[in-house]
Design a protein around this ligand. Structure first.
Ligand code: PLP
Length: 343
């Protein structure tokens, strides 16, 4: 049976990338060494990093002012590291609270300075947003006006799904496990104007300036994750780049929202402009039926549709590697489930 993985993360990766990794990674260029065994000091290590770096820089269309770092920790760790790296002497920053992950970011950053929520103050060190709230299915489709403050964004769940104008973004960070690579890698993209602001307590390996000046090699990076990120960047480019990814995300989410809006027994949990193109959150009007829906969906090969405990009961994540056919199959199943309840 064909199955589709709608999980929010770690999420589905394109099959051809997995195939390529299987063919290449266990005997890297015929060296007899796998990609997991290449020593840190070997020129090959740097070459793999450089290839991935170039592919990502290209697909993201990064300006020369913006440095791309390969770090560890995951976005939850970077909630703290962002504050440590950017708070500087101001010890004050502005955060937009749009849901679960921005609340977590605020809680971590509060340990390192005063956080002003949903307001911009002129003496703030930066303004932080979560471009896509994975848990609530809420997405910014336009960047907010940060009124001259450096704009900082957690793009964990929508990086590589749409073009971003980095001339309006000063720092972006993302965990890899939704649209980039397996978990264990974080991308940080930083404008060099933000260098040299880190608090003294910042751990050396999470000092973004230091990592930028050392090509992300202050300590041993996750080479396999970086390699996979490079394959993903190339895959996106080959598919038509970020405008094409954005078009597909828009179309896939439109099919689902339309189906849910026209159903009798389901409802979408977000209405209006902030509907996410990558995490469609929904539920049955009678909550007692969500479990039955999940069971039957799994039976149909529609996997991991359960929502986050802090969000809607059902969620379909439509990242780049989830094909349109999966969305069509889910929409068809929602219609059949609706019909079954109406009988
Ligand atoms: N930020 C967002 C928007 C997320 O969706 C997630 C995880 O789903 C995180 C942060 C946390 O990522 P991690 O668990 O990799 O630290």
């Amino acid at each position: 049976m064909v199955s589709f993985n709608f999980g929010a993360g770690p999420a589905v990766l394109p099959g051809d990338i997995l195939e390529q990794a299987r063919a290449e990674a266990f005997n890297w260029q015929g060296s007899g060494m796998s990609l997991f065994e290449i020593p840190f000091g070997d020129p090959t290590f740097g070459a793999v990093m450089q290839t991935a770096h170039r592919a990502l820089q290209q697909v993201l269309n990064l300006p020369d002012s913006h440095h791309l770092l390969f770090l560890q920790g995951g976005a939850y760790a970077h909630f703290a590291f962002v504050a440590m790296n950017l708070m500087g002497d101001k010890k004050r920053a502005c955060y937009l609270d749009t849901g679960h992950w921005s609340k977590r970011a605020i809680a971590e950053a509060s340990k390192y300075g005063e956080i002003v929520v949903d307001r911009i103050v002129a003496d703030g060190a930066y303004c932080h947003m979560t471009t896509n709230e994975t848990t609530q299915g809420r997405q910014f489709h336009e960047l907010p006006d940060s009124q001259g403050l450096p704009l900082v964004a957690d793009m964990t769940s929508d990086i590589l799904t749409r073009p971003i104008d980095f001339s309006h973004m000063d720092l972006v960070y993302a965990s890899a496990q939704k649209n980039i690579a397996p978990a264990g890698l974080s991308l940080v993209i930083m404008h060099e104007k933000l260098f040299d602001r880190a608090l003294d307590i910042t751990p050396t390996v999470f000092n973004y300036t230091l990592q930028a000046r050392n090509n992300s090699r202050v300590n041993t990076p996750n080479l396999f994750g970086i390699y996979m990120a490079g394959l993903m960047a190339k895959w996106v480019t080959d598919q038509g780049g970020l405008p094409e990814m954005a078009k597909r995300s828009r179309e896939k989410s439109a099919v689902l929202y339309e189906t849910i809006d026209h159903s009798r027994f389901f409802h979408a949990s977000v209405n209006g402009e902030m509907r996410s193109h990558v995490n469609v959150c929904f539920g049955l009007k009678d909550p007692a039926l969500n479990e039955l829906f999940l069971q039957q969906a799994q039976h149909e090969g529609l996997l991991n549709l359960n929502g986050h405990s802090a969000g809607a009961p059902l969620r379909a994540s439509l990242y780049n590697a989830l094909p349109r056919a999966g969305v069509v199959a889910l929409a068809d199943f929602i219609k059949r489930f609706d019909g079954q309840l109406a009988r």
